[in-house]
Design a protein around this ligand. Structure first.
Ligand code: TXA
Ligand code: MG
Length: 364
């Protein structure tokens, strides 16, 4: 059975995390909040502990895990030194974005973590989360924590402890409930691409615009580029190419209902969605619309959910996964979703939404 600890998300009290940290040291699996989404942590050095993560999630074993640290000093135990120019860039990225939603893919020090963490790659993904509960749990356990998002594989990532409970109750040792996660989307995964360049392997909480303030060049892996999987720039061929971040090849985040994204001028989008929902309701289907706050009143589907505000896309990032889960809870069979421009956090938002829709995008 799964223990639950209620803690303050902003200032966990001394001792509140002691049991969870002790279980972690003994090879347990504990879910905890981060500033992006909830993670499911275990000691990254212990294969049997890491295997429990894969088992609980039903995660494919070729998809490597991110290792979470609380102190940059832990980096030297996990990774090999970089060349001078790469090291200088890594230092600047860490100084600017850690703790925070940036994951760095670095050469792994042989034997430093279980081979199950890296899925046989010669690199390891590392991040320092900007969440007081996560940082204290890592520090108190004394372990580098391998932690994927704390959802069953294929489900939307959890942004509340209740989402973790729905997916993993009975399958893991404990859940530290520290309230809602922050950003609502996962971290940005980057690799240092030689010299003063980074390559984005998965868009996320740190935007390309912010990375450009620190790195001379910001490139994208094909599957992570703006437009990839959205019917522009991105194509089926992009989706088929082997991504440098293995997780990008899996269908993710999908609600149970069939979802389609609708791109175009707002009035044309609304007219299309209104006509489609009306037709689907006549066929007896339970319909849903995922809309921005500015347009929600235009729809009369069975379930109209506001993802957030177009004027403040951070609110939509925060609301996306909860909304996808809500469609499931309400038994919605057909979903139409509005889209937004792919800049700033809008890039990661559309990346996740396109995956949730299985890349079904219509332009009207
Ligand atoms: O925000 C986050 O990153 C959350 C929280 C819990 O920290 N974690 C998370 O983990 O999203 P997960 O397992 O759901 O996604 C990890 C991603 C996958 O796409 C995986 O393929 C990639 O990181 N990854 C891990 N190690 C890698 C490596 N060595 N090289 C390339 N990609 C890697
Ligand atoms: Mg995940």
């Amino acid at each position: 059975n799964t223990r639950v600890w209620q803690v303050s998300g902003t200032a966990p009290q001394a001792g509140e995390l002691a049991e969870a940290a002790a279980l972690m040291r003994e090879g347990g699996t504990i879910a905890f909040p981060t500033e992006t989404v909830y993670g499911l942590g275990a000691d990254a050095r212990r294969t049997e502990a890491v295997e429990r993560i894969f088992g609980a999630k039903g995660r494919p074993s070729d998809n490597p895990l991110i290792v979470h640290i609380a102190d940059t000093a832990q980096l030297a135990e996990l990774t090999l030194p970089l060349g001078a120019e790469e090291a200088a860039l890594a230092e600047r990225l860490m100084a600017r974005f850690w703790p925070g939603p940036l994951t760095l893919v670095l050469p792994v020090k042989p034997g430093a973590v279980s081979p199950r963490v890296t899925a046989g790659l010669d690199t390891v993904a590392v991040r320092m989360p900007a969440h007081p509960v996560a940082l204290q749990l890592i520090a108190e356990s004394g372990c580098p924590l391998a932690a994927p998002s704390a959802n069953r594989s294929g489900r939307p990532s959890p942004t509340l402890a209740a989402h973790v409970r729905d997916d993993l109750s009975g399958r893991i040792d404990g859940i530290v409930d520290g309230g809602a996660a922050g950003v609502g989307l996962e971290s940005t995964v980057v690799e240092i691409a030689g010299g003063d360049s980074v390559r984005i392997l998965r868009p996320g909480g740190v935007t390309a615009e912010a990375l450009r303030e620190v790195a001379a060049h910001v490139a994208y892996d094909a599957v992570a580029a703006p437009g990839a999987g959205m019917g522009e720039g991105g194509t089926a061929a992009d989706a088929a190419a082997a991504p440098r971040s293995p997780g990008m090849k899996y269908a993710h985040y999908a609600p149970q209902g069939l979802m389609q994204l609708v791109k175009g001028e707002p009035d044309a989008v609304s007219a299309y969605i209104r006509a489609e929902t009306a037709a689907a309701r006549e066929r007896g289907e339970r319909t849903g619309v995922l809309a921005f706050a500015e347009h929600a009143a235009r729809y009369d589907a069975d379930c109209v959910l506001v993802v957030g505000s177009l004027a403040q896309l951070e609110t939509a990032a925060h609301g996306l996964y909860g909304a996808l889960r809500e469609f499931d809870a309400r038994g919605v069979q057909r979903i139409w979703a509005e889209t937004c421009p792919e800049h700033g956090i809008g890039h990661a938002l559309m990346n996740r939404l396109a995956k949730a829709a299985g890349h079904a995008v219509v332009r009207v």
